[in-house]
Design a protein around this ligand. Sequence first.
Ligand SMILES: C[S@@+](CC[C@H](N)C(=O)[O-])C[C@H]1O[C@@H](n2cnc3c(N)ncnc32)[C@H](O)[C@@H]1O
Length: 280
Amino acid sequence: MTLAFVLTVPASEAELASDALWTLGVAAVEERTAPEHGDHAGLEDHFVELWTSLGTDVGAVARAAESFSSRWRWRTVEVDPTVVESWRSHAVPSWVDRELVIVPAWRSVDVPGSVVRVDIDPGAAFGLGDHPTTVLSLRLLKEVWWPGATVLDVGCGSGVLGIVAARFGSPYVEAIDISVAAIEATTANAERNDVAGVVTASTRPLADVTEPFDIVVANLLAPVVVDLATDLRRVVAPSGALIVSGVLSERHDHVVEALSPMRVVRTMTRESWAALLARH
Ligand SMILES: C[S@@+](CC[C@H](N)C(=O)[O-])C[C@H]1O[C@@H](n2cnc3c(N)ncnc32)[C@H](O)[C@@H]1O
């Protein structure tokens, strides 16, 4: 059996809660109508349940719950892993542009030889490559990448961003995450894409990274970016680039401020999300 994480929230906050789950690193979120009983009965706003798999990572459950609004209730439920994994049969390749595609590793897809194809199995981590924040991060990465650029992927999830950089030809990519499941997924995906010799994945905290990187990508939730801003700025080489995503397109002034004195020189948006490119 595996653990499902069930978050019950007012329907009006479902999108916000779903975004919060995505940015915590879940692979899929399913929305269901909450049963009309218990704590929520008689309240005006109706409630929905967001079901997601957190595998057996109980630490992830605790972390998830800490950052949530007190209006949101959560519980864990033991479920058959095959039910939780049903999203896999609906997964499709994500075309970042005409030259780069992220393919669910279990899908057999024909892709022209001229296209950079990266096969990803997120396992219990975030990052099939299709979330708007990931697509935006990949587009900015492609724009700023240059041969020889070293890359630090902060909050690597499945490793998709760092692995794409390695496939472009980066000589060294470091991928870090607080989740052990993310490190396992990144290591497996690096092997799957023949870049295991280039990508190093670990739970090393950003605060312990001392060497500068040419390109730093950080697809994290806005409050996490703000918390880590000083260290993010510190690890970007003087002529390097910092790509930040996981921030809302309508509300990220505080993130721009936190990154200062680095300057945001480009902003890309998709759906309600934004990715920012900052330079010293
Ligand atoms: C939105 S996912 C991004 C995954 C992947 N980079 C992508 O773009 O698809 C955010 C990841 O950041 C990780 N994370 C959250 N807080 C972190 C922190 N303080 N340091 C490092 N990683 C963190 C989460 O565990 C999760 O895997």
